[in-house]
Write a protein that binds this ligand. Structure first.
Ligand code: C2O
Length: 444
């Protein structure tokens, strides 16, 4: 069943009138493109605020109103295994298509509620804008109505996967875009895939794609944070994340990166074509509560889902300046022997951290390399790891990460390297401890 509401083609036909009424827009962008939230014209922002505000009011009047914000957020909660017997779209290849479908349905609900057929979700370009977008923190705005305990600091480059120590990865803007295949075949290569595991086995440990781990989970943790008494913010927990309107702008940016990744025909060709994937149906309750079906095939047809963006490049303009060194005491430091460095252009070396222990709180950490006797202030950040509070054991959906450290080791030039795990603050709460079974450097 196609999604309700006018298709893009019909809307484009109505454009001249809309464009004439709009404030002078940068270039002649069609109105049906999702835009960077910092570039939204005031009337576009007002329309979004009015629609979300109206859904929030409906939930206040009646928490069970199917057209309310709470009911809508519950759709996401039911897709993350929070309710008994519910599906789990995270930690698997359903992650990207399910969230794309959710954004499309949300957008169409907001259009129907507002009566504004050109309403589009904006995206938060956290590669460029490392602070929460002004539109989503303005006091009194429906877009700011959420429980947030996150830290008052910009996101670190490692949290948004901008790995500046390695020119090849840095050039991509988001290192996850380096993934060559959509699908992982198993836990051993899931962190190298863009789209995740083909068949998550609920009885075994799940695994997240690189993108789902970092930047996705790190940005969730950063926005939601954890209060001093241990209370997590909405975005820190999958079951409440969609209550925060910023969830939509965060996921629109991830969806934009998926379009960026698949704009390379060779990468796009690795998206699965088996009916087990493409014919999968996701159900979403429409405003009157009746179910609406979206297939994965529809989400792969970007035109049909309106997943068009004003730009696909991760950065808007030049990348932000380098981060200052992280001012934090390492949670743990390990000395590792460095294998012989491969020739340039040859095989790469990865730092593997395996058996990461689940904790009772969300955690975000930065991983940095330095010479064994070197100044920790000069350490090279090589990546991050983030894990939310999950409703079911084992707590962390990942137990293993792999980070390409070839460039960092080459720069260090030592036979031994010190690996430090540094806490990234998530607000007033003390950082979670960090433990893992194994850490080593191996060829990939
Ligand atoms: Cu369904 Cu960002 O999570």
């Amino acid at each position: 069943m196609p999604l309700p509401g006018p298709r893009r083609r019909d809307l484009l036909a109505a454009l001249p009138a809309l464009a004439a009424a709009a404030a002078p827009a940068p270039a002649a962008l069609p109105m049906m493109f999702r835009q960077d939230v910092t570039l939204l014209a005031p009337d576009r922002l007002a329309s979004l605020e009015a629609a979300i505000g109206e859904m929030q009011r409906r939930s206040l009047r009646d928490p069970d109103d199917p057209a309310g914000w709470r009911a809508h957020a519950l759709v996401h909660a039911r897709a993350c295994g929070a309710a008994a017997g519910s599906a789990q779209v995270h930690g698997s290849r359903w992650f990207l298509p399910w969230h794309r479908a959710f954004l499309a349905v949300t957008e169409r609900k907001l259009r129907a509620i507002s009566g504004d057929p050109s309403l589009c979700l904006p995206y938060w370009n956290w590669s460029t804008d490392r602070r929460l977008p002004a539109a989503f923190v303005r006091p009194g705005s429906p877009l700011a109505r959420a429980t947030r305990h996150g830290p008052d600091r910009p996101l670190r480059a490692t949290e948004v996967d901008h790995l500046v120590h390695d020119p090849d990865l840095a050039r991509l803007g988001v290192a996850a875009l380096a993934a060559r295949a959509f699908q992982a075949s198993g836990a051993h290569d899931v962190a190298a895939s863009f789209g995740g595991l083909a068949r998550p086995d609920p009885s075994s440990v799940r695994g997240r794609s690189r993108l789902e781990g970092i930047p996705h989970a790190a940005v969730h943790n950063h926005v939601g944070g954890v209060a001093a008494d241990g209370t997590p913010g909405d975005m820190t927990v999958l079951a409440t994340a969609a209550l925060d309107p910023l969830f939509l702008a965060h996921h629109a940016n991830l969806d934009r990166l998926w379009e960026r990744w698949r704009s390379d025909p060779a990468r796009r060709a690795t998206e699965p074509h088996d009916p087990g994937f493409t014919a999968q149906v996701f159900l979403f309750p429409w405003l009157d509560g009746t179910p609406l079906a979206v297939t994965v095939a529809e989400t792969l047809d970007a035109d049909g889902q309106g997943s068009a963006y004003d730009r696909l490049h991760p950065f808007r303009g030049a990348p932000p300046p380098r981060d200052p060194p992280l001012d934090a005491t390492p949670l743990t430091t390990r000395l590792l022997a460095v294998p012989a460095l491969p020739a340039r252009g040859g095989q790469r070396l990865a730092l593997r951290i395996a058996g990461i222990l689940p904790q009772d709180r969300p955690m975000s950490v930065e991983i940095a390399l330095s010479a064994p006797d070197g100044d920790p202030g000069l350490a090279t950040p090589v990546g991050a790891f983030a894990c939310g509070r999950h409703p079911t054991p084992p707590g962390c959906p990942d137990t293993e990460i792999r980070l390409d450290v070839t460039a960092a080791l080459r720069r260090l030039g030592t036979r031994t390297v010190a690996v430090s795990i540094l806490p990234l603050s998530l607000g007033a709460a003390a950082p979670a401890p960090f433990g893992s079974d194994a850490m080593d450097i191996l060829p990939v």
